[in-house]
Design a protein around this ligand. Structure first.
Ligand code: 2P0
Length: 336
């Protein structure tokens, strides 16, 4: 028997991934950029066992048995096994059945990047199990697009690539977290229920029906990626915050431009964004950036020096949000 356990962290995008050009290979229509959070806070943990004594293979997520027929899981397993079979000593183990046990220490599918951490973790655990040494970001991408960014720590760019086989659609580090050690993230859990429509459904519907998404992918994101890379490299928080908030808002504008629309933010989300704009205006410069994924929960980027003041404001204005948020500790970025 062989057993491996891995953990993988969540990432929060500042330039959003929304829309695919290839559903099976999971190839995006634009580059995206994110920061990977420290492993101590929000992460997925996966244990995989394989043994000649297992009569079948099984998979549990948060204690609930899942189908092993999922196309994405099958794609990841097939690709890893194909790579592993290049090593003759793996031949026997590749015939053994496996048991996969995954859990998240935060709400699953509530728009908190659970599939990103989950598939990054699964692929890393499988690669360790079979001794596969390759670029894991391309493998994680086959499970869930955003998972490719969680393979690396710090500031990460998912390059959309242009090869039809997806071989250049990979994640690369822009800067390690140590480059901007004062950066913190506050996650405000507005609602931890499962989202109304999955990201996969929402983005497919956007590609099929939104005019704005084409303008974003072709004319907005390429310039924004260059500006965001520069803001990160020069640690220009004011610019970083402006781009982050504008990109979040454009993503939600596209969600609304989708037919029928995908409504992810709620009144509390909008009230949080109003509060951040009022705070920044009061300071005369952007000190906090909000970003919202496919759900109502807010992620705030800010520097360590602002955490205490912003936390007290959130306590004052959104006490019920605070009660639901175990993550209000000013999460640093992952150091690996
Ligand atoms: C992101 N999101 O860049 C964006 C922002 C949600 C909003 O990546 O279909 O769960 O599995 O590739 O990775 C969510 O998309 O979608 C996502 P699939 P995924 O973080």
């Amino acid at each position: 028997m062989k057993v491996v356990t891995c953990i993988a962290p969540v990432n929060i995008a500042v330039i959003k991934y929304w829309g695919k050009r290839d559903e099976d290979l999971i190839l995006p229509i634009n580059d995206s950029i994110s920061a990977t959070l420290s492993m101590d806070h929000m992460c997925a943990k996966t244990t995989i066992m394989c043994s000649p004594d297992f009569e079948d293979s099984k998979f549990w997520l948060n204690g609930v048995e899942q189908s092993l027929e999922s196309k994405r899981l099958v794609n990841c397993l097939q690709e890893i096994k194909r790579l592993a079979s290049a090593e003759p000593s793996n031949a026997e183990m590749l015939r053994w059945n496996i048991r996969i046990c995954s859990e998240n220490n935060f709400p699953t599918a509530a728009g908190l990047a659970s599939s990103a951490a989950g598939y990054a973790c699964l692929v890393t655990a499988l690669a360790n199990l079979y001794g596969v040494k390759t670029d894991l970001s391309a493998l994680a991408r086959r499970g869930s697009g955003s998972a490719c960014r969680s393979i690396y720590g710090g500031w990460v760019q998912w390059h959309m690539g242009c090869n039809p086989d997806g071989s250049d659609s990979i994640a690369r580090v822009i800067e390690p977290s140590i480059h901007w050690p004062e950066m913190r993230i506050l996650v405000l859990v507005v609602n931890d229920a499962r989202k109304k429509y999955s990201s996969t459904t929402g983005m497919n519907r956007s590609v099929a029906t939104s005019d704005l998404i084409k303008h974003r992918a072709c004319n907005v994101v390429p310039k924004r990626v260059t500006e965001m890379r520069e803001a990160i490299k020069t640690k220009d928080f004011n610019k970083f915050a402006e781009i982050t908030m504008k990109d979040s808002n454009q993503f939600h504008a596209i969600a609304l431009d989708t037919h029928p629309p995908c409504v992810y933010m709620n009144d509390t989300s909008h009230a949080i964004s109003d509060m951040i704009h009022a705070y920044n205006e009061h300071k005369g410069v952007n000190k906090v950036a909000y970003t919202f994924d496919a759900g109502p929960n807010a992620c705030l980027y800010l520097l360590e020096s602002e955490v205490a003041e912003v936390l007290s404001l959130i306590n004052e204005c959104f006490p019920s949000t605070v009660a639901k948020s175990d993550y209000l500790r000013g999460i640093p970025l992952n150091i690996e």
